[in-house]
Write a protein that binds this ligand. Structure first.
Ligand SMILES: [Zn+2]
Length: 129
């Protein structure tokens, strides 16, 4: 918190002098362009040519923004929509050949939605009213 990468100190276990030491980053220039960074052991002055060859003690810990659980995706069958599926409609007719809507007599799908939906369950239970 509050530290920037620029202020970060880097500790290595130096393979040249065998000590735990701080390294100093040195920009590497090629044709006056910065092409990378070299790291110099402050204890013995050994120079590591690039980041990969520098024996850092531990990778700097960064709070990751991407470790959260993936969002629970709403199912297409969640909530109200589930109850408007043709599958649950009183007029949904399933035959050996196709599945049809009893109102329009057209081929439909079990997962289709319909404005003329009539709940199968409700009508079944309350026909004696
Ligand atoms: Zn060293």
């Amino acid at each position: 918190m509050g530290y920037t990468n620029r202020m970060e100190t880097r500790e290595i276990h130096c393979s040249a002098c065998g000590r735990d030491a701080i390294v100093r980053a040195e920009p590497v220039y090629e044709d006056f362009r910065k092409v990378g960074e070299a790291f110099v052991c402050t204890a013995c002055g050994h120079r590591y040519a690039d980041r990969e060859s520098t024996p850092f003690k531990a990778a700097p810990k960064r709070p990751s923004l991407f470790t959260d659980e993936p969002e629970a995706r709403p199912s297409i069958f969640s909530g109200e929509d589930r109850h408007h599926c043709c599958l649950y409609c009183k007029n949904y007719v399933l035959s050996a050949f196709d599945q049809r809507c009893g109102i329009t007599n057209r081929t439909t799908e079990a997962t289709g939605c319909c404005l003329r939906f009539v709940s199968k369950e409700e009508s079944d239970g309350e026909t004696g009213k």
